[in-house]
Design a protein around this ligand. Structure first.
Ligand code: PEP
Ligand code: MN
Length: 483
């Protein structure tokens, strides 16, 4: 790394999507408070995810990255959290069954509050107000758009509460294959979808019972890096877009790299620490402890910008959104900056071109990365390049278009001698009081029409696939890898 890095070195660079706080003193006070609060996640969990992403890169596991476009403080309830986890578990089971590979699950959860915007302001009637930037910045209500630093503190506590609930759900039997109905499958109305899913659950339960009977621990090699791994408990990781760098900096802490990881690394561990270069295999590193995995959005990935500067110095595995405006050589230069030692498991590229554009860009990007020798995981986000406005004015995405991008992505990877390692989706298992799923994306096996969008449109950000539409996607991917 050429220039020295510190958790605050990003401040010397231009900050895209920056927030102007009217009260800087209040901001400093909040940030110093956050910097004293405990980490949300631990270095050993982060290292385990790095290791598992290395497996994805070597085609030994599949990555599911999914959740809301944006979480809200009001949606931090037992019902919402458990339905999201339930959907992620159901989706991953379908993949495990079809692809016969372990699935690494990363939720867009427990901190996914901030949103980048295409414009700083929004017109409301005859006045102009600041755009909504996410619950950790300002309010959705037009009269509550002044950025308030206290919201960062509230984001910390809502993230902590969410993560606490996720951890308790996963360690108290919720993830057990013996109670998949807890994952809110009850409301799936399509009998064939329901039947298909139940067949998989029965098959997997039998297989697990059999393994237990003969004393095989099938998860042993997948779980290297320590930690859980017992049948019936699952690994689950958290993520968010690393947009609000003040907040990320306050939760960036220096730790010794867990010794089991250093010892298991193929390289001999270095005994000299290089504080100016935290990416090198030294014994200490800076971890972002607000989430296991963070990603750089398509609007904040400028090579000389503040976000890339911050991301290059943290030890966490990171994602980078790759859209149509990314040039081939720019992508390689970005990888050189954030992963100079070409470490496996560190970088996940999340492609999001749009169904109409993927053919123009993906093959070039794959080819340049292959030539550069950078080890990356490629995953497909078929959501963000395919957003449209419906005739009624609601933001939507067509299921068919989402599938088209996904199928094209699978095909292009095969044509390029590469492999799609996973998917990144915006979905929700949320139900209304009568047990109906949301109506935000058009199509799918439930054939949702544009006229039906208004029925239960609950997203305050991008439109999400509902429970049934998500399972449709899971079966498509699962069937692809079965062949
Ligand atoms: C997102 O993932 O919610 C997002 C804003 O994506 P992108 O940066 O790819 O537009
Ligand atoms: Mn989104």
């Amino acid at each position: 790394m050429s220039e020295s890095w510190s958790p605050s070195s990003w401040k010397a660079k231009p900050v895209a999507q920056g927030v102007a706080y009217p009260d800087e003193q209040k901001l400093s006070k909040v940030l110093s408070k956050i910097s004293t609060l405990p980490p949300l996640v631990t270095p050993s969990e982060i290292e385990r995810l790095r290791y598992q992403l290395g497996l994805v890169q070597r085609n030994e596991a599949f990555l599911l990255h999914a959740g809301d476009c944006a979480e809200s403080f009001d949606a931090c309830t037992h019902e919402n959290i458990s339905s999201k986890i339930g959907l992620i578990l159901s989706f991953s089971l379908i993949l495990i069954w079809g692809a016969r590979l372990p699935v690494v699950r990363i939720g867009r959860i427990a901190g996914q509050y901030a949103k980048p915007r295409s414009s700083n302001v929004e017109r409301v009637g005859d006045r102009e107000v600041l755009s909504f930037r996410g619950d950790n910045v300002n309010g959705l209500d037009h009269n509550d758009r002044t950025p308030d630093p206290e919201r960062l503190l509230s984001a910390y506590f809502h993230s902590t509460t969410t993560l606490n609930h996720v951890r308790s759900l996963l360690t108290s039997g919720f993830a057990s294959l013996h109670h998949p109905s807890d994952w809110s499958l009850n409301h799936v109305r399509s009998p064939s979808l329901r039947h298909e899913f139940e067949t998989i659950v029965e098959g997997l339960s039998d297989a697990l019972d059999f393994s237990r009977t003969i004393g095989v621990d099938s998860s042993a090699s997948y779980e290297r890096g320590g930690g859980r791994g017992t049948v019936g408990e699952v690994d689950f990781y958290t993520s968010h877009e690393g947009l609000m760098l003040d907040y990320e900096e306050a939760l960036t802490r220096e730790f010794a790299i867990p010794t089991s990881v250093v010892a298991a690394d193929s390289r001999p561990p270095s005994t000299t620490t290089r504080p100016d270069d935290p990416q090198k295999p030294t014994q200490k590193a800076f971890y972002n402890t607000s989430a296991h995995f963070l990603w750089i959005g398509d609007r904040t990935r400028q090579l000389t910008g503040a976000h890339v500067e911050y991301f290059r110095g943290i030890r966490n595995p990171i994602g980078i959104k790759v859209g149509p405006s990314m040039a081939n050589d720019e992508l390689v230069r970005l990888l050189d900056i954030v992963n100079p030692d070409k470490e496996s498991g560190r970088i996940t590229l999340i492609s999001r071109y749009g169904a109409g554009k993927i053919d123009n860009h993906l093959a070039g990007h794959i080819g340049s990365v292959q030539k550069s020798g950078h080890p990356v995981v490629w995953i497909c986000d078929p959501m963000h390049g395919n957003t449209q406005t419906s005739s009624s004015g609601l933001k939507t995405r067509h299921f068919g278009t989402i599938i088209n991008e996904l199928i094209a992505c699978l095909r292009i990877h095969t044509e390029c001698g590469s492999r799609l390692g996973g998917v990144s989706l915006e979905f929700t298992g949320e139900l209304n009081d009568e047990g109906f799923s949301v109506t935000e994306c058009v199509g799918g096996s439930m054939e949702l029409s544009e006229e039906e969008l208004g029925l239960r449109y609950q997203s305050f950000c991008d439109p999400r696939l509902n429970f049934e539409q998500s399972l449709d996607v899971a079966f498509l991917v699962s069937n692809h890898f079965k062949q």
